[in-house]
Design a protein around this ligand. Structure first.
Ligand code: ADP
Ligand code: ADP
Length: 215
């Protein structure tokens, strides 16, 4: 399945829960790119500035990474794509790839959150500097202030969770990614979810919608 929605809609939060529930991998293109940046790989050095500014990275690079990841063994029984596809070009390329490897999509879940809530979610988001786990300074606090519950590493703010990059990312979402939702609206795959409210209720709602998709 694909999870789609504006930055900060809760894609990562929901994808992690759904991945644990269905025992399939959570594939986040943002996490993959941030790992490349952290490890200062050639790809990481190439994309670092675009990530920090909130701009999309080149399609060809992204498609190569996604194809490589989907072909790994753990994705054989299914996968949750978070952050991909982000443009109609990527959606069509994904369609061709999945046809080629005979793994059709089961559902596309769109998380709907108004822009003003996005700004609150992103400005108070903090992430573990080691494992990437996400917290929120008001809604989802760590047990010890400033440190990850899992590995006790310090929490940091993402470079692109600052005000000007948030504005750019929202613009990029409306201009380049919303047409992807229109693309899937023309198929039977799209499920719309209003993603305000508590995290477990939203997960349950998504699971109920997916029961229909599995039939
Ligand atoms: P995305 O992957 O779509 O960018 P995240 O899952 O990282 O979004 O969520 C963005 C921020 O909002 C995080 O700080 C997260 O803890 C918080 N968050 C996620 N879901 C909810 C929710 N239902 N209500 C309040 N805050 C949420
Ligand atoms: P969020 O959902 O919080 O906006 P992500 O973690 O999904 O953030 O993505 C962070 C950044 O990684 C994006 O702003 C963009 O620079 C890059 N990125 C992630 N996925 C893609 C993609 N499919 N195509 C192009 N760029 C991407």
């Amino acid at each position: 399945m694909v999870l789609i929605g504006p930055p900060g809609a809760g894609k990562g939060t929901q994808a992690a829960r759904l991945a644990a529930h269905y025992r399939i991998p959570h594939i986040s293109t943002g996490d993959m790119l941030r790992m490349e940046v952290r490890q200062e790989t050639p790809i990481g050095l190439q994309v670092r500035d675009r990530l920090a500014a909130g701009l999309l990275v080149p399609d060809a690079l992204m498609l190569g990474m996604v194809e490589h990841r989907l072909l790994q063994k753990d994705a054989k029984q299914g996968f949750i794509l978070d952050g991909f596809p982000r443009s109609p070009y990527q959606a069509e390329a994904l369609q061709r790839l999945l046809e080629r490897i005979q793994r059709p999509l089961m559902a596309v879940v769109q998380l709907i959150v108004p822009d003003q809530e996005i700004v609150v979610r992103l400005s108070y988001r903090r992430c573990c500097s080691l494992c990437g786990k996400t917290y929120h300074l008001m809604y989802n606090q760590p047990q010890r202030e400033g440190y990850c519950d899992i590995d006790q590493a310090p929490l940091v703010q993402r470079d692109d969770d600052r005000e000007d990059a948030i504005r750019t990312r929202l613009q990029v979402y409306h201009q380049q990614t919303e047409p992807v939702v229109d693309y899937y609206r023309r198929t039977p795959l799209l499920r719309e979810v209003h993603a305000l409210g508590d995290v477990p209720s939203i997960s349950l709602h998504i699971q109920n919608l997916l029961k229909g998709a599995a039939a």
